[in-house]
Design a protein. Structure first.
Length: 172
């Protein structure tokens, strides 16, 4: 690691929470989407197969885990990962999803999302035994708060993101 980079824990840089673990009553007409791990697909939120909840239930869930623009969502159960950076004003709640809120603004949310998709992070999951469960794998909230992350200066983070975005767009 370069000398102007520092090793941090995710909880040093981000407010790390998770969505509700309860299952609110689903409604058929109207309502607000309840996003779960299955809705995080290839860096996006898939709203096609969501269940809907009342505004009251959404507000109750959002007292604990309100999602904002720039937050990173992370599947915690089953298929681990599939991180998504929230780009539009959210009108939904989350269930069993990790929520990284950028509290310090010293980290670029897109860079952290790319890190969560990287072999460096996957190796960390394995080496540090951060995943739990036998039948269905999951990552506990405490493990999400304990992720080691190499933090570079913000201008360098933005340059890295710009380069990654350029490489990904050329692949598309």
């Amino acid at each position: 690691m370069r000398e102007d980079w520092i090793e941090c824990k995710s909880s040093d840089l981000l407010d790390v929470r998770d969505g509700t673990h309860d299952t609110p009553k689903y409604i058929k007409d109207g309502g607000f989407p309840l996003i779960t791990s299955k809705n995080l697909i290839k860096g996006n939120i898939d709203f096609l197969n969501t269940k809907f909840i009342s505004e009251i239930d959404m507000n109750l869930i959002n007292q604990r885990s309100k999602v904002d623009i720039g937050d990173i969502l992370f599947a915690m159960i089953g298929t681990i990962g599939n991180p998504v950076v929230v780009k539009e004003e959210p009108k939904f709640s989350i269930k069993n999803i990790g929520l990284f809120k950028n509290k310090t603004k010293v980290i670029d949310s897109l860079l952290f999302k790319y890190f969560l998709d990287s072999p460096l992070f996957l190796n960390q999951l394995d080496k540090r035994q951060l995943l739990k469960g036998t039948t269905q794998k999951f990552i506990p909230l405490g493990s999400l708060r304990d992720i080691n992350f190499p933090l570079s200066p913000l201008p360098e983070q933005r340059a890295i993101v710009k380069k990654l975005e350029s490489l990904f767009s050329s692949l598309d």
